[in-house]
Design a protein around this ligand. Sequence first.
Ligand code: SF4
Length: 174
Amino acid sequence: MLLKDYRFELVLPECNPSALTVNAVAELDEDIGGVLPYLNASLRGCRFYPEGNFLRFLQGGRVITLYPRKITVTGLRDREEAARVLDEVKELINQTYANRQNITPSYKKGDEVKPLQVYNLLPRTNCKKCGEPSCLAFAARLVKQEAELAACVSLAEPAGQENRQKLATLLMLT
Ligand code: SF4
């Protein structure tokens, strides 16, 4: 077993302190840095950041980020849910570590989030209220982190809330 134990605390999301969900930050007793390239090779849809040595993936609408000595999880209801999700992640780490002889590690950076993926979640009315000439132009700036999601006024309306949440999650992978 690679990861034996961890301790965690709940924190409010920095970008949205009034959010109804909380994030968990877990400090790890062991260094899991060595397993990240194996997870990168075997975990579908994850994104590895070799320059910072961390790996990020989405699970059930949550963003989970693994660092050598830390795990963060977003979008949690309470402490009980945080403990359950962190235990699942611990299990994933330990299973991957145990199976590493059968996996070719990958140090490759994952696929970029594409402007079209973002565009498909925007209102697509080209109203220009965000200051861009079209929703696609806004999407292109969002993936380059040159624009803020809040600039799209339509997403702030009740009908846009669901996609706004999906976009916020997706853009955490950029
Ligand atoms: S404000 Fe929103 S809907 Fe209007 S053009 Fe910009 S991205 Fe599209």
